[in-house]
Write a protein that binds this ligand. Sequence first.
Ligand code: MV4
Length: 477
Amino acid sequence: MVSRLDSVSAFLRSERVDVVSPAPTESSGRPREMFQKVLIANRGEIALRIISACQEMGIRTVAVYSEADRDSLHVRFADEEVCIGPAKSAESYLHIPALISAAEITGADAVHPGYGFLAENAHFAEVLNACKVRFIGPSPRAIRLMGDKALARTTMTEAGVPVLPGSDGAVEDAERAEDITKAIGFPVILKAAAGGGGKGMRVVDRIEDLASSFVAAQTEAEAAFGSSEIYVEKYLPKPRHIEIQLMADALGNTVYLGERECSIQRRHQKLLEEAPSPTVDDALRKKMGEVAVKAARAVDYEGAGTVEFLLDENGKFYFMEMNTRIQVEHPVTEMVTGMDLVKDQIRVATGEPLGYAQEDIVIRGASIECRINAEDPVSFLPSPGTIRSFHIPGGPGVRVDTAAHAECVVHPYYDSLIAKLVVHGRDRAEAIARMRRCLRLTVIEGVKTTIPLHLRILDDPEFRAGRYDTRFLERLD
Ligand code: MV4
């Protein structure tokens, strides 16, 4: 039996190690007992969120931090902490050897990646599993299959999941893109196979623009993701972004936990999310949920995952991508279902059964999340600095997920999220009123924030009527 130290040392000496047989497990290939110690390979609010779940489960925690985060709350509240490098993410939160070393020297038996950073890095998951440290998430295979957005479309087509007309996989050149476009008709959208989030995306309305747009998309994709692979889809002009939350255990139980509406985005950055969607009725929820489960089963998915769909004006929906991580906006789902998705992630990673079935999932009331970012609410330029005063109200149906506090520094190295303000109401009108009240009674001084923009969104008649799509912010006067 190769010891864990040998396998970690082998990794640290070379780029990759052969996958060695993991520790003794049940037939499902999972460790029997609950984790003793979880390392959180992340920072900020999600690191605190994971520490909270671990503390409630009696699991010890290891925080990793960059030199810039030395005084952060996730370091303060973890049981142990390891400095993994300088402020730059590439030299700290993205530096796999440092994270593997931290897991080894602290004896962590699992790693929770959170979202962003290495959360969807199949190599990171592979190395951890090879070093007999459980990656709390899906298999490297599922991460890879869904991480290649072009391959994901092909996999979903084969699984009977509706996808928009377009290419089967990546398209090798502009000529091939032209052939496909002639078959599906304009407008089309060119997308980067190696990553979502809008980078390497181009909408093309006419043939004269196709070749130049294809090259521009390739160039941007290569710069953003290290791969210039592009695929083509029929473009939906005014879709809604509806995503289905999934949870699956290692024993074949896969459950959907309703949907989230995430159409209010600016340059592909989500700003405000809500559950349930004002446009999804029970019948559509069931249809989308069952299709999302089918998508998960097609890749033997385990853990928390989200299938993102585009919903058109006729109520037809199409697979856009699958996120193989816990998402920023998971709290709105927790507020309307009463679940704790991070605890579920940790439990199913040990091989435990889900403990609930589809019929146990009931959506109650309405929830809204506003992302309070340290950004200028008009220009959206980051507004790093020291928070001088920090007060977010509570009260019935209010949740705040944050790692910020008075005198803390909002660094320019990381994302600008200061706090997720989440409310729950008996219905959507109460949730909107509650969110407005909380935003108006919030005091954050020292940095600019997106609070004024959120108040404008909540006051907009179209938003209040639930009549909005992904172009909403373009129309907000
Ligand atoms: C689309 C689309 C319309 N048609 N795909 C992909 C990345 C994601 N962040 C936005 N994406 C879109 N893909 C087709 N075939 C419109 C968008 C889109 C969008 C989607 C959801 C939420 C906000 C959006 C803002 C701009 C574009």
